[in-house]
Design a protein around this ligand. Structure first.
Ligand SMILES: [Zn+2]
Ligand SMILES: [Zn+2]
Length: 132
């Protein structure tokens, strides 16, 4: 049986199923993620766009030229951040049905981490984007 991970928005209008394991799982502390999600940081499981089947209408807005944020137009839940040129999308941990299926492996953009937040999980921290 193929590993799958499902999720959706608060109101249920948007549902998705991702196939297979995530490419990586990271916590992003950048200001764009903070603002787009309205939270202190963004934890996301990265998938190839082709591995994620989405049902329901998704609205989107670009937070930068290469990054599109998808959200439910009815309830506002942020579902993903997508780099269309690279064919990848990060599914937001808050929208997963079972977030505990995953655990992050890195913190990125800690240069803009909120000051009150103390990271003591031992995971690698990167001042800016992830190492290539
Ligand atoms: Zn919704
Ligand atoms: Zn970010």
């Amino acid at each position: 049986m193929i590993e799958t991970h499902s999720g959706g928005c608060l109101c249920g209008a948007v549902r998705y199923v991702a196939q297979g394991p995530a490419i990586n799982v990271r916590v992003c502390h950048c200001r764009l993620c903070q603002r787009a999600i309205g939270a202190a940081f963004n934890v996301r499981a990265l998938y190839a766009v082709a591995k994620v089947a989405i049902e329901g209408e998704v609205a989107s807005a670009h937070s930068s030229e290469g990054l599109k944020r998808g959200f439910c137009p009815r309830c506002g839940t942020t579902i993903f951040s997508m780099r269309e040129k690279l064919g990848i999308m990060g599914l937001t941990f808050g929208s997963l049905d079972q977030p505990d299926d995953f655990a992050p492996t890195d913190h990125i953009w800690v240069s803009s981490k909120q000051a009150w937040l103390k990271l003591d999980d031992g995971l690698p921290q990167y001042q800016e984007g992830p190492p290539t």
